[in-house]
Design a protein. Structure first.
Length: 334
Protein backbone atom coordinates (compact mmCIF):
# COMPACT_ATOMS: atom_id res chain seq x y z
CA UNK A 1 0.00 0.00 0.00
CA UNK A 2 0.93 3.65 -0.34
CA UNK A 3 2.89 4.54 2.82
CA UNK A 4 2.24 8.27 2.57
CA UNK A 5 -1.47 7.62 2.24
CA UNK A 6 -1.45 5.26 5.21
CA UNK A 7 0.24 7.92 7.26
CA UNK A 8 -2.24 10.58 6.20
CA UNK A 9 -5.02 8.42 7.57
CA UNK A 10 -3.67 8.28 11.11
CA UNK A 11 -5.60 11.14 12.64
CA UNK A 12 -5.40 12.03 16.29
CA UNK A 13 -8.70 10.50 17.43
CA UNK A 14 -7.95 7.27 15.59
CA UNK A 15 -4.50 7.14 17.17
CA UNK A 16 -5.90 7.43 20.70
CA UNK A 17 -8.24 4.49 20.06
CA UNK A 18 -5.39 2.44 18.58
CA UNK A 19 -3.19 3.19 21.57
CA UNK A 20 -5.83 1.96 23.98
CA UNK A 21 -6.55 -1.02 21.73
CA UNK A 22 -10.14 -0.56 22.61
CA UNK A 23 -13.25 1.16 21.46
CA UNK A 24 -14.76 0.94 24.96
CA UNK A 25 -16.30 3.93 26.74
CA UNK A 26 -13.07 5.16 28.39
CA UNK A 27 -11.21 5.01 25.11
CA UNK A 28 -14.06 6.80 23.36
CA UNK A 29 -13.96 9.51 26.04
CA UNK A 30 -10.22 10.08 25.73
CA UNK A 31 -10.42 10.08 21.98
CA UNK A 32 -13.24 12.66 22.09
CA UNK A 33 -11.32 14.79 24.59
CA UNK A 34 -8.21 14.80 22.41
CA UNK A 35 -10.33 15.65 19.41
CA UNK A 36 -11.70 18.67 21.27
CA UNK A 37 -8.22 19.82 22.25
CA UNK A 38 -7.24 19.53 18.61
CA UNK A 39 -10.18 21.74 17.66
CA UNK A 40 -9.11 24.36 20.19
CA UNK A 41 -5.60 24.21 18.72
CA UNK A 42 -6.92 24.72 15.20
CA UNK A 43 -9.01 27.72 16.23
CA UNK A 44 -6.10 29.36 18.02
CA UNK A 45 -3.68 28.58 15.18
CA UNK A 46 -6.13 30.11 12.69
CA UNK A 47 -6.28 33.33 14.67
CA UNK A 48 -2.51 33.52 15.10
CA UNK A 49 -1.91 32.94 11.42
CA UNK A 50 -3.85 36.10 10.51
CA UNK A 51 -3.13 38.10 13.66
CA UNK A 52 -1.41 41.04 11.98
CA UNK A 53 -4.21 41.37 9.42
CA UNK A 54 -7.06 41.62 11.90
CA UNK A 55 -8.00 44.28 14.36
CA UNK A 56 -8.17 43.56 18.08
CA UNK A 57 -5.99 40.47 18.08
CA UNK A 58 -2.59 41.70 19.21
CA UNK A 59 -1.61 43.69 22.28
CA UNK A 60 -2.83 43.94 25.86
CA UNK A 61 -6.35 44.13 27.24
CA UNK A 62 -5.30 46.47 30.04
CA UNK A 63 -6.23 43.86 32.68
CA UNK A 64 -3.93 42.05 35.11
CA UNK A 65 -4.52 38.33 35.82
CA UNK A 66 -4.43 36.36 39.10
CA UNK A 67 -0.68 35.97 38.70
CA UNK A 68 -0.21 39.74 38.53
CA UNK A 69 0.72 39.58 34.83
CA UNK A 70 -0.65 41.86 32.13
CA UNK A 71 -3.16 40.04 30.03
CA UNK A 72 -2.95 39.91 26.25
CA UNK A 73 -5.99 39.78 24.01
CA UNK A 74 -4.86 36.42 22.71
CA UNK A 75 -4.65 35.03 26.28
CA UNK A 76 -8.35 35.81 26.72
CA UNK A 77 -9.36 34.57 23.29
CA UNK A 78 -7.50 31.27 23.75
CA UNK A 79 -8.84 30.82 27.26
CA UNK A 80 -12.38 31.20 25.93
CA UNK A 81 -11.77 28.91 23.00
CA UNK A 82 -11.07 26.02 25.38
CA UNK A 83 -14.17 26.82 27.43
CA UNK A 84 -16.44 26.94 24.38
CA UNK A 85 -14.99 23.79 22.90
CA UNK A 86 -15.42 21.83 26.13
CA UNK A 87 -18.90 23.18 26.84
CA UNK A 88 -20.00 21.13 23.88
CA UNK A 89 -18.12 17.98 24.83
CA UNK A 90 -20.33 16.88 27.71
CA UNK A 91 -17.29 15.18 29.21
CA UNK A 92 -15.71 17.99 31.18
CA UNK A 93 -17.34 19.55 34.23
CA UNK A 94 -14.42 21.77 35.28
CA UNK A 95 -11.63 23.66 33.60
CA UNK A 96 -8.76 25.35 35.37
CA UNK A 97 -6.33 27.66 33.65
CA UNK A 98 -3.65 30.26 34.15
CA UNK A 99 -6.14 32.97 33.27
CA UNK A 100 -8.83 32.10 35.83
CA UNK A 101 -8.50 32.51 39.57
CA UNK A 102 -10.97 29.70 40.29
CA UNK A 103 -11.91 26.64 38.26
CA UNK A 104 -14.63 27.25 35.70
CA UNK A 105 -17.64 24.96 36.04
CA UNK A 106 -19.83 23.99 33.13
CA UNK A 107 -23.08 23.32 35.03
CA UNK A 108 -24.75 21.56 32.10
CA UNK A 109 -21.93 18.99 32.06
CA UNK A 110 -21.83 18.42 35.84
CA UNK A 111 -21.90 15.96 37.44
CA UNK A 112 -21.86 13.66 34.44
CA UNK A 113 -18.67 15.15 33.00
CA UNK A 114 -16.06 12.96 34.61
CA UNK A 115 -12.96 14.85 33.52
CA UNK A 116 -11.19 18.07 34.35
CA UNK A 117 -9.09 20.02 31.90
CA UNK A 118 -6.12 21.99 33.23
CA UNK A 119 -4.49 24.27 30.71
CA UNK A 120 -2.32 27.21 29.88
CA UNK A 121 -4.11 28.72 26.89
CA UNK A 122 -1.08 30.68 25.63
CA UNK A 123 2.40 29.77 26.70
CA UNK A 124 5.03 32.36 25.89
CA UNK A 125 2.60 35.28 25.67
CA UNK A 126 5.45 37.75 25.19
CA UNK A 127 6.00 36.24 21.72
CA UNK A 128 2.46 37.10 20.61
CA UNK A 129 3.09 40.53 19.15
CA UNK A 130 6.33 39.63 17.36
CA UNK A 131 5.16 36.62 15.36
CA UNK A 132 7.35 34.06 17.11
CA UNK A 133 6.49 30.57 18.30
CA UNK A 134 3.93 30.05 21.06
CA UNK A 135 2.15 27.15 22.64
CA UNK A 136 -0.80 25.84 24.60
CA UNK A 137 -0.33 23.26 27.37
CA UNK A 138 -3.00 20.82 28.54
CA UNK A 139 -3.58 18.12 31.09
CA UNK A 140 -6.58 15.86 31.62
CA UNK A 141 -7.48 14.40 35.00
CA UNK A 142 -10.33 12.24 36.10
CA UNK A 143 -12.56 14.04 38.55
CA UNK A 144 -12.33 12.39 41.95
CA UNK A 145 -15.34 12.58 44.24
CA UNK A 146 -18.23 14.98 43.97
CA UNK A 147 -16.57 18.36 44.54
CA UNK A 148 -19.62 19.44 46.57
CA UNK A 149 -18.00 22.61 47.92
CA UNK A 150 -16.86 23.71 44.47
CA UNK A 151 -13.25 24.00 45.63
CA UNK A 152 -11.85 21.39 43.24
CA UNK A 153 -9.58 20.24 46.08
CA UNK A 154 -9.13 16.82 44.44
CA UNK A 155 -6.95 18.60 41.87
CA UNK A 156 -4.35 19.16 44.56
CA UNK A 157 -2.73 15.79 43.95
CA UNK A 158 0.44 14.67 42.24
CA UNK A 159 1.14 14.70 38.51
CA UNK A 160 1.07 10.94 38.19
CA UNK A 161 -2.72 11.27 38.34
CA UNK A 162 -2.77 12.84 34.88
CA UNK A 163 -4.62 10.71 32.33
CA UNK A 164 -3.26 12.61 29.38
CA UNK A 165 -1.04 15.61 28.81
CA UNK A 166 0.52 17.48 25.97
CA UNK A 167 0.99 20.73 24.13
CA UNK A 168 0.21 22.47 20.91
CA UNK A 169 3.10 24.31 19.28
CA UNK A 170 2.23 27.24 17.02
CA UNK A 171 5.38 27.45 14.93
CA UNK A 172 6.03 27.49 11.18
CA UNK A 173 3.66 24.54 11.30
CA UNK A 174 1.21 23.75 14.09
CA UNK A 175 1.99 20.58 15.99
CA UNK A 176 0.16 18.66 18.67
CA UNK A 177 2.20 16.47 21.00
CA UNK A 178 0.47 14.19 23.47
CA UNK A 179 0.76 11.21 25.74
CA UNK A 180 -1.84 9.06 27.45
CA UNK A 181 0.89 7.21 29.31
CA UNK A 182 1.83 5.13 26.28
CA UNK A 183 4.70 7.06 24.81
CA UNK A 184 4.90 10.50 23.23
CA UNK A 185 3.58 11.18 19.76
CA UNK A 186 3.91 14.09 17.34
CA UNK A 187 1.11 15.25 15.08
CA UNK A 188 1.35 18.01 12.50
CA UNK A 189 -1.62 20.06 11.34
CA UNK A 190 -2.20 19.68 7.63
CA UNK A 191 -4.07 22.92 6.90
CA UNK A 192 -5.43 21.60 3.63
CA UNK A 193 -7.11 18.72 5.47
CA UNK A 194 -7.76 20.59 8.71
CA UNK A 195 -6.51 17.50 10.54
CA UNK A 196 -3.60 16.69 12.82
CA UNK A 197 -1.73 13.84 11.15
CA UNK A 198 0.67 11.49 12.94
CA UNK A 199 4.24 12.46 12.00
CA UNK A 200 6.29 10.66 14.65
CA UNK A 201 5.39 7.90 17.06
CA UNK A 202 7.09 6.92 20.34
CA UNK A 203 9.50 9.82 20.44
CA UNK A 204 12.50 9.25 22.73
CA UNK A 205 14.70 12.05 24.00
CA UNK A 206 18.49 11.55 23.68
CA UNK A 207 20.19 10.89 27.04
CA UNK A 208 22.33 13.98 26.51
CA UNK A 209 22.15 17.10 24.35
CA UNK A 210 24.31 20.15 23.71
CA UNK A 211 21.70 22.81 24.43
CA UNK A 212 21.01 24.47 27.77
CA UNK A 213 17.96 26.70 27.81
CA UNK A 214 17.51 29.28 30.56
CA UNK A 215 16.96 33.01 30.96
CA UNK A 216 20.51 34.04 31.88
CA UNK A 217 19.26 37.57 32.46
CA UNK A 218 18.22 36.26 35.89
CA UNK A 219 21.76 35.05 36.69
CA UNK A 220 22.26 37.31 39.73
CA UNK A 221 18.81 36.44 41.05
CA UNK A 222 19.49 32.70 41.27
CA UNK A 223 20.91 30.66 44.11
CA UNK A 224 24.65 30.18 43.88
CA UNK A 225 24.31 26.50 42.85
CA UNK A 226 22.64 27.49 39.59
CA UNK A 227 25.34 30.08 38.93
CA UNK A 228 27.94 27.37 39.50
CA UNK A 229 26.20 25.11 37.00
CA UNK A 230 26.15 27.88 34.37
CA UNK A 231 29.84 28.63 35.03
CA UNK A 232 30.54 24.93 34.47
CA UNK A 233 28.64 25.05 31.15
CA UNK A 234 30.52 28.18 30.09
CA UNK A 235 33.93 26.64 30.62
CA UNK A 236 33.06 23.23 29.16
CA UNK A 237 33.30 22.62 25.44
CA UNK A 238 30.24 21.35 23.59
CA UNK A 239 27.43 23.41 25.12
CA UNK A 240 25.32 25.98 23.34
CA UNK A 241 22.44 28.18 24.49
CA UNK A 242 18.92 28.56 23.08
CA UNK A 243 16.01 30.36 24.77
CA UNK A 244 12.90 31.31 22.85
CA UNK A 245 10.69 32.92 25.51
CA UNK A 246 8.09 30.20 24.98
CA UNK A 247 8.72 27.10 27.01
CA UNK A 248 6.69 24.90 24.67
CA UNK A 249 9.10 25.57 21.81
CA UNK A 250 12.13 25.14 24.06
CA UNK A 251 10.74 21.86 25.39
CA UNK A 252 9.90 20.70 21.89
CA UNK A 253 13.48 21.28 20.78
CA UNK A 254 14.70 19.53 23.93
CA UNK A 255 12.53 16.48 23.22
CA UNK A 256 13.88 16.19 19.70
CA UNK A 257 17.54 17.13 20.20
CA UNK A 258 18.14 16.59 23.91
CA UNK A 259 19.56 19.03 26.45
CA UNK A 260 18.02 20.78 29.42
CA UNK A 261 15.54 23.59 30.11
CA UNK A 262 15.61 25.38 33.46
CA UNK A 263 13.48 27.94 35.24
CA UNK A 264 14.94 28.28 38.75
CA UNK A 265 13.61 30.42 41.56
CA UNK A 266 14.66 34.06 41.53
CA UNK A 267 14.83 36.76 44.18
CA UNK A 268 11.53 38.17 42.97
CA UNK A 269 9.94 34.74 42.44
CA UNK A 270 11.48 32.25 44.87
CA UNK A 271 9.55 29.34 43.34
CA UNK A 272 10.30 30.44 39.79
CA UNK A 273 7.70 31.53 37.28
CA UNK A 274 6.12 28.31 36.08
CA UNK A 275 2.97 26.86 37.50
CA UNK A 276 2.88 23.24 38.56
CA UNK A 277 -0.57 21.99 37.59
CA UNK A 278 -0.94 23.30 34.05
CA UNK A 279 2.64 24.02 32.96
CA UNK A 280 5.31 21.94 34.68
CA UNK A 281 3.37 18.75 35.45
CA UNK A 282 2.02 18.13 31.92
CA UNK A 283 5.46 18.73 30.41
CA UNK A 284 7.04 16.48 33.06
CA UNK A 285 4.53 13.76 32.16
CA UNK A 286 5.59 13.97 28.51
CA UNK A 287 9.27 14.12 29.37
CA UNK A 288 9.15 10.97 31.51
CA UNK A 289 7.16 9.20 28.80
CA UNK A 290 9.91 10.12 26.33
CA UNK A 291 12.63 8.73 28.63
CA UNK A 292 13.71 12.09 30.06
CA UNK A 293 13.33 13.65 33.50
CA UNK A 294 11.79 16.65 35.25
CA UNK A 295 12.59 17.80 38.79
CA UNK A 296 12.34 20.78 41.11
CA UNK A 297 16.01 20.14 41.91
CA UNK A 298 15.16 17.92 44.86
CA UNK A 299 11.86 16.18 44.00
CA UNK A 300 10.53 14.75 40.74
CA UNK A 301 7.92 17.18 39.41
CA UNK A 302 5.37 14.38 39.09
CA UNK A 303 5.64 13.64 42.82
CA UNK A 304 4.95 17.18 43.99
CA UNK A 305 1.56 17.58 45.68
CA UNK A 306 0.46 21.20 45.33
CA UNK A 307 -1.23 23.15 48.09
CA UNK A 308 -2.80 25.64 45.69
CA UNK A 309 -4.19 25.64 42.20
CA UNK A 310 -1.77 28.25 40.90
CA UNK A 311 1.28 27.03 42.79
CA UNK A 312 4.62 27.71 41.13
CA UNK A 313 7.61 25.42 41.06
CA UNK A 314 11.24 25.57 39.97
CA UNK A 315 11.71 23.36 36.91
CA UNK A 316 14.67 21.46 35.50
CA UNK A 317 13.58 19.28 32.60
CA UNK A 318 15.18 17.37 29.74
CA UNK A 319 17.70 14.64 29.01
CA UNK A 320 18.52 12.28 31.88
CA UNK A 321 22.22 13.09 31.98
CA UNK A 322 21.80 16.84 31.70
CA UNK A 323 19.15 16.96 34.44
CA UNK A 324 21.44 14.83 36.65
CA UNK A 325 24.28 17.27 36.00
CA UNK A 326 22.20 20.23 37.23
CA UNK A 327 21.08 18.17 40.26
CA UNK A 328 24.67 17.40 41.15
CA UNK A 329 25.34 21.15 41.49
CA UNK A 330 22.19 21.67 43.55
CA UNK A 331 23.16 18.83 45.91
CA UNK A 332 26.67 20.22 46.33
CA UNK A 333 25.14 23.47 47.51
CA UNK A 334 22.99 21.84 50.20
P1 LIG B 1 3.31 32.65 30.22
O1 LIG B 1 2.49 31.39 30.30
O2 LIG B 1 2.71 33.75 31.01
O3 LIG B 1 3.62 33.03 28.82
O4 LIG B 1 4.69 32.36 30.99
C1 LIG B 1 5.46 31.22 30.71
C2 LIG B 1 6.65 31.58 29.87
C3 LIG B 1 7.41 30.38 29.34
O5 LIG B 1 6.88 29.97 28.14
C4 LIG B 1 8.79 30.93 29.15
O6 LIG B 1 9.76 29.93 29.19
C5 LIG B 1 8.92 31.87 30.28
O7 LIG B 1 7.60 32.26 30.64
C6 LIG B 1 9.70 33.10 29.91
O8 LIG B 1 9.81 33.92 31.03
P2 LIG B 1 11.03 34.92 31.21
O9 LIG B 1 10.80 36.04 30.25
O10 LIG B 1 10.95 35.33 32.64
O11 LIG B 1 12.30 34.16 30.90
MG1 LIG C 1 2.22 29.92 30.78
Amino acid sequence: TDKALDRDCTTLSRHVLQQLQSFGPDAQDLSALMNRIALAGKLIARRFSRAGLMEDVLGFTGEVNVQGESVKKMDIYANEVFISVFKQSGLVCRLASEEMEKPYYIPENCPIGRYTLLYDPIDGSSNTDINLSLGSIFSIRQQEGEDLDGQASDLLSNGRKQLAAGYILYGPSTMLVYSIGKGVHFFTLDPSLGEFILTEENVKIPDHGAVYSVNEGNFWQWDEQYREYIRYVHRTEGYTARYSGAMVSDIHRTLVQGGVFLYPGTLQKPEGKLRLLYESAPLAFLMEQAGGRATTGTVDILDVVPKQLHQRTPLIIGSKEDVAKVESFIQKGQ
